[in-house]
Design a protein around this ligand. Sequence first.
Ligand code: SF4
Ligand code: SF4
Ligand code: FES
Length: 290
Amino acid sequence: MTAIPLRPPRRLVDLTLDGEPVRAPEGSTLLDACRAAGKDVPTLCQGDTLTPKNACRVCVVEVEGSRTLAPACSRRVEPGMEVRTDTERARHSRKVVLELLASSTDLSTTPGAAEWIEEYGAEPDRFGAEAARVAEEPKVDNDLYVRDYSKCVLCYKCVDACGEQWQNTFAIAVAGRGFDARISTEHDAPLTDSACVYCGNCVEVCPTGALSFKTEFDMRAAGTWDESAQTETTTVCAYCGVGCNLTLHVQDNEIVKVTSPHDNPVTHGNLCIKGRFGYQHVQNHAQNQD
Ligand code: SF4
Ligand code: SF4
Ligand code: FES
């Protein structure tokens, strides 16, 4: 059960969304207002536990009086704002962003990407077969999680989660410039030789599957990964007394990955190596019976 934190009441701000009057709590973002009104605005670099980075621009909307399109994930609501989420200009911008991303990276495991590409009529192939792609083999250098940077859209969420926003380990950062910019450990060392403490908090926030549990990576390779056959059960980690919530993702009676509810006031979606990856002892394997 998740406790609801008590906060001082917030003033409601009046604005219009696609011509309809709406009210949104002061300090909330246009994305919050859109979601509350049931409008589907695509997002990639936005994270509900992270400070907006404004990196992908796939969430742009049109604000009356603004010269440029506004990123809905970071722009705060203001009284009297007239916001349009579905104008030709906003749709065209999202289309081009999706084309550029999908032509250079592999979005096959990005939730929502295929639907957005269809909805906005994006044609990633129009840049031709010679379009530059981020093509590299997945980095499988430990038993816990895999880094497949051919799927990375450089949203920086993993860097923020590993750095000052949550984990304060700073095991990864952006290296290189321009098209060569990439997420890397110091000196591109294997994860096992880096500062990583395997909390998996970067995996939790990655929007594309560039970072994934080794179990998921192996099951996808074997063709057995099936989210529709998985159940999710939230429980309390028993390793220590902090009381972190764990959500166990189970397929065929096996825990296949562990996440944590982002609205949990203890974890905010973050865990340590024990809660995130230390679940093998509860599996009914012969080697665990001794
Ligand atoms: S597992 Fe934790 S410590 Fe390692 S890179 Fe990810 S966030 Fe940083
Ligand atoms: S690895 Fe994932 S979280 Fe990190 S920058 Fe790439 S897409 Fe974003
Ligand atoms: S989701 Fe808003 S800029 Fe990326």
